[in-house]
Design a protein around this ligand. Structure first.
Ligand code: DMJ
Length: 464
């Protein structure tokens, strides 16, 4: 990969394994970064006033909502890393204290394994890394222990739901992302607890998915965790499969497990051969039949826009640029990206925008690695449009229809965890984290590579 080292990287002010006291606050020479920080603080203050410590803020009605009958306190856990990266230490410390004093997962509720893994387990592990507080690690381990029963299926692939109190499971049809996106967080937990069982459990699920690839090395979309049979055989890189591929490469980056790298190598080759479709406005990745490679449709979801970022990380800059052109075209067509789009018919299939971060994430990685202002300006445009169409009196909201820009009274937790972090890192002259030194989980929680010592990783995660 061609890497350009910018002067500002030489002035990074974070040198220790944990963030701790080194974070400098208030030193902004870039007014846009300062604006992002102020907007984040404005939104976070609204959350703390109207919704603390519930799962989410309703940004128009100024109240809260929880995902289940009892709150999982998802917003604070998910927001911590962004607040910390921005140097908002008081806000971050309040969350750390809350985690220690009040977090209790002994709740009789069925939770979606995938969503709580990336937001809550990923968030807690990040709070541990950034604070160095061992009590946070205990909370993360307690949470992961409650998730582990989900993997007790005949195949080792996880059920969709697990009950945090009883360990009961339900939901045997899962998509590829929900089946095989646990190696990153579970690997980090194994490293810090020196217990390989977490990584080994997650890795088995990843391998079980891979072992069911077709003769042309493609995966389906949905699988039955009891029978191990595919129930939906369209193949894709985007939503429904996305973080499975993302975690193959990111886990390789963090832990250098050669078995995972082999899975990535085989997978990406098949993806580029059978799914990539160059068109005049960019490189698209639609849906093909997993057994024949035949194109079945050209619908893409806005989550799919993560893929250029993954291509950048894996060193495929040319395809990354072309794939990003496709998403930028789409953003500019309507002002925001809508949930589902057919790139052959040039039709909006679902006009909803859920404050998803992926287009911002990809342009951020391209800007970071190329230094080409084209990508900086893309992120700037996305920020301007986000403020124009999603900003409410007190926070930010989803948009029900990008054709009318009618707002919807919801704000996903990833808005602060991801969008605001990528905006800030793009605009900041001295970004406190960068992709050379950190690997971000799929919810943008950054983990420092040098914390995972090569001499220890194999033993702690249990691979050769
Ligand atoms: C986030 O929760 C994560 O990035 C996940 O991998 C899928 N996409 C949503 C945001 O769109």
């Amino acid at each position: 990969m061609k890497m350009i080292i910018f002067p500002f990287l030489a002035t990074l002010f974070l040198s220790s394994g944990h963030f701790g006291k080194n974070v400098t606050t208030g030193k902004f020479s870039d007014t846009l970064a300062e604006d992002v920080k102020n907007e984040t603080l404005r939104t976070w203050s609204t959350y703390t006033e109207y919704a603390w410590p519930h799962d989410g803020l309703l940004p128009i009605s100024k109240t809260y909502h929880d995902w289940y009958s009892q709150s999982l306190n998802m917003s604070p856990i998910d927001a911590y890393s962004t607040l910390k990266v921005m140097g908002l230490d008081n806000e971050a410390n309040r969350i750390e204290n809350f985690v220690i004093d009040s977090l209790n997962f002994n709740k009789d509720i069925f939770v979606k394994l995938f969503e709580v893994d990336i937001r809550i387990l990923g968030g807690l592990l990040n709070i541990y890394e950034m604070s160095g507080n061992e009590k946070v690690l205990k909370k993360a381990q307690d949470f992961a222990d409650r998730l582990l029963p989900a993997f007790n299926s005949p195949t080792g692939l996880p059920y969709f739901y697990v009950n945090l109190k009883t360990g009961a499971t339900k939901g045997n049809i899962v998509n590829v992302a929900e089946a095989g996106s646990y190696i990153f967080e579970f690997g980090i937990l194994s490293y810090y607890t020196k217990n390989p069982k977490y990584y080994q459990t997650a890795k088995k699920a990843t391998k079980e998915i891979f072992s069911r690839r077709s003769t042309i090395d493609l995966l389906g979309r949905d699988i039955d965790v009891v029978t191990g049979k595919w129930t939906y055989t369209q193949s894709m890189v985007g939503a429904y499969a996305d973080s499975y591929f993302e975690y193959l490469y990111k886990t390789w980056l963090l832990f250098k497990d050669p078995e995972i790298k082999k899975i990535w190598d085989v997978s990406i080759k098949a993806i580029q051969k059978h799914i990539a479709e160059p068109r005049k406005n960019g490189l698209w990745y639609g849906k093909v039949d997993m057994n024949t490679g035949e194109k079945v449709n050209s619908e893409v979801m806005l989550w799919d826009a993560y893929f250029p970022a993954l291509l950048v990380l894996s060193g495929d800059m040319e395809r990354a640029k072309k794939a990003d052109d496709a998403w930028d075209f789409l953003w500019n067509k309507y002002g925001l990206i809508h949930m589902v789009y057919d790139y052959t018919k040039d039709t909006v299939i679902n006009p909803f925008y859920q404050l998803n971060p992926e287009a911002i994430e990809s342009a951020y990685y391209l800007w970071h690695y190329t230094g080409d202002s084209l990508y900086y300006n893309r992120v700037k445009k996305y920020y301007t449009d986000t403020k124009k169409y999603c900003r409410t009196e007190v926070a930010y909201s989803h948009v029900e229809n990008v054709l009318t820009m009618k707002k919807k009274d919801e704000m996903e937790t990833f808005f602060i965890a991801e969008n605001m972090k990528y905006f800030y890192l793009t605009f900041s002259k001295n970004p406190p984290v960068n992709p050379e030194e950190y690997v971000f989980n799929t919810e943008a929680h950054p983990f420092k590579k040098s914390n995972f010592k090569a001499t220890e990783v194999n033993k702690r995660l249990g691979f050769k």
